[in-house]
Design a binder for this molecule. Sequence first.
Ligand SMILES: Cc1cc2nc3c(=O)[nH]c(=O)nc-3n(C[C@H](O)[C@H](O)[C@H](O)COP(=O)(O)OP(=O)(O)OC[C@H]3O[C@@H](n4cnc5c(N)ncnc54)[C@H](O)[C@@H]3O)c2cc1C
Length: 342
Amino acid sequence: MASDIIIVGQGICGSLLSWSLLQKGISVKVYDIDADHSATAAASGIINPITGKRFVKSWMVDELFPAADKTYSEISQAIGVHFYEKLPIYKLLESVKEQNDLSARATETGYEQYFTNTDVQYLDKGKVKNEFGSFVINGGGKMDTQLFINSYRTFLKNKGILIEEPFTYEQALVSKSKVIFCNGYKAAQTGFFRDLTWQIVKGEYLLVRIKDFYADRIISGDTTISPTSEKDIYYAGATYQWHYETEAPTEQYKNEIIESLNKMLHVPFEVVYHGAGIRPSAKYRRPFIGFHPEYKHVGIFNGMGTKGISLSPYFAEHFAEHIVNGKELLPEVDVKNILIKS
Ligand SMILES: Cc1cc2nc3c(=O)[nH]c(=O)nc-3n(C[C@H](O)[C@H](O)[C@H](O)COP(=O)(O)OP(=O)(O)OC[C@H]3O[C@@H](n4cnc5c(N)ncnc54)[C@H](O)[C@@H]3O)c2cc1C
């Protein structure tokens, strides 16, 4: 049996799994063809602990966020690039009912660290339409995903472990090494894991120029506006498209985001870029991790859906512990259970 573990894909999943394995002294080879067009490169990179209409904590947030903080700061240090920033999230409120709902949630046990200020905050009404104000959510942040992908790729290249070629299913079939597919939504189209409960979701986004705006926070309303590392340039989006005819950006969704921005802003904005990406989402919103029950040397680390940036650090370590030390996988993420059931 060859010693290197082969990782297919250098999005957030392949990058973080390679990192966790390298930290445990395991040698890896990472194959990637086009990480610049990955879901990771298209992502706004936001980590948000409180989501949904009911303002509840995201699944496993108390474990996921410390893991993300730790991993991202360790990688930042190792590669000498600052790509992750903790930022407050200003959730715009739509009604007095929402003000009351969030105030009630903020005082619940277990939510203290995410709501350090339980008063409604008003943003500059000359800039942002916020009749009912906003609530500040702490503990989240934002990764510059493009910067991360590029700088981590250089790190892998310098170590001589990146191979800029596709890795095929036929190669995996005859491989003497373990092969772990971190190939994003492509895993749903073909190969060993296409029978998992995928629910692929396209997302479109805009980069917009806004002068004298809020570079120190994320603002979540009809769409989400977050700062980028470029001065006056903000990420707006993304959309959710369960059915789509093209993977390319479309006028329809560009206009939808512009409409949302118009609903949120009093200040002018200029569109400087329009992009799209495909999220590898799982129907039951749990990652797909583990080895194939039949092809036992073939694994998957995928299905992160809308939350790849917050889920992958914890689960990369979880999977690496399974691979290296035989630690049991959480039953709800272990693909063995899902594939045997289906
Ligand atoms: C528009 C948009 C906005 C998003 N915003 C957020 C956000 O704010 N916060 C958040 O947490 N998540 C967000 N997400 C979701 C997040 O981006 C995904 O969960 C995550 O990036 C998935 O990572 P991945 O590594 O599984 O897949 P990908 O990032 O798609 O990476 C897969 C990689 O595999 C490579 N590959 C495929 N096939 C092969 C092959 N045969 N050989 C070699 N290489 C191969 C591809 O080139 C690619 O680089 C967003 C997604 C989109 C599309």
